[in-house]
Each structure stands twice: as structure tokens, then as C-alpha cells.
Design a protein around this ligand. Structure first.
Ligand SMILES: [Fe+2]
Length: 165
């Protein structure tokens, strides 16, 4: 890891980390869509793939605004979260319980992303990059909406069907 000497370094490092985790999510979502049984959940994962593609583009805009080439540094946190989701996919036998597990895995990812984008927004503002803060805020709002939609899905159908009975 490159040396972090100031807030600017930290900001750029975390942008690269976010650029990496969005790519990890792009790879994971089609697998999650395939494994989901609920049509609504499949649709939600499919939609989020499009949203994530836009978020990658937004990060590229931020790098451009900074006069930097977009690069990735491996996000170990996201790797762990995705691996946990994959374990469910390998071991989940009951389709309703697997759907519930996929929602859990996806919400973990969303909360992780919300924490990072919220912080990135604050750093951008502190560094006087208002334009970048606005771009990052758009993504933060999207992640928040996705999380709310997942909560709705969990409450409405999926989790209840996983109850033994
Ligand atoms: Fe994202």
C-alpha cells in the first residue's frame, strides 16, 4: 500500500479501493441473480448491475476531475463479504432460505458501500472538491435506495417463506 501522508492521499486511496469493489460487485451480481429463486429478487439484482455500471462511470469521472487515471487497489473487505455470499450459494439447499441469505449478503455489501461513499463525500468536501462530492453523493443515495428496496423484499416475501412450517 502506498504511504498515506495526508487526507488527499487517503481520499485517493479509498477511491481506488471503491473502484475495485465496484468491479468485484459487477462480477458477483450475475451469479447472485442466477441463484435467486424469487423473480423480484432476480429483477433487483439485474437492476443493481445496471446501477453499479453507472457507479463505476461516476468514479471514473471523479478520477478525471482529479486529473488521475482510474486504478484499482484490492478491497479485501469486499472480497470477504462476497466470499461469504458465495459460501451460501454453495451450501444453501432450500431456495427460500437461500434467497434470504442472498438478501443478507447484498445488504452487507450495501452497508459497506454506504459507509465508504459517505466518508468519501465528506473527504471530497473537506478537500474543496465540491463537484466530486456531488458525484459521490449521487452514488451514496443510490446505495441507500437499494438497501431500502432489499429491506422491503426481505419483509414482503422472501424471508417469511424461509420460516419453517
Ligand atoms: Fe455500488
Amino acid at each position: 500500500m502506498a504511504k498515506i501522508e495526508n487526507l488527499k492521499d487517503l481520499y485517493v486511496h479509498e477511491l481506488k479501493d471503491a473502484y475495485d469493489f465496484e468491479h468485484q460487485i459487477l462480477k458477483a451480481l450475475p451469479k447472485m441473480e442466477k441463484k435467486a429463486s424469487s423473480q423480484e429478487l432476480k429483477a433487483a439484482f439485474k437492476e443493481h448491475l445496471k446501477v453499479t455500471e453507472r457507479q463505476v462511470k461516476r468514479l471514473e469521472q471523479v478520477f478525471q476531475d482529479l486529473g488521475q487515471k482510474p486504478t484499482r487497489v484490492s478491497c479485501k473487505g469486499m472480497k470477504g463479504l462476497i466470499e461469504e455470499g458465495e459460501e451460501y450459494m454453495k451450501n444453501g439447499a432450500d431456495p427460500d432460505a437461500l434467497d434470504a441469505a442472498l438478501i443478507l449478503a447484498a445488504q452487507r455489501v450495501e452497508h459497506y458501500e454506504m459507509a465508504v461513499y459517505g466518508t468519501l463525500c465528506a473527504y471530497a468536501k473537506a478537500l474543496g472538491h465540491e463537484n466530486q462530492a456531488a458525484i459521490l453523493h449521487e452514488t451514496l443515495e443510490e446505495e441507500t435506495r437499494t438497501d431500502e428496496e432489499l429491506t422491503k423484499l426481505a419483509k414482503s416475501t422472501v424471508n417469511l417463506e424461509a420460516l419453517p412450517g
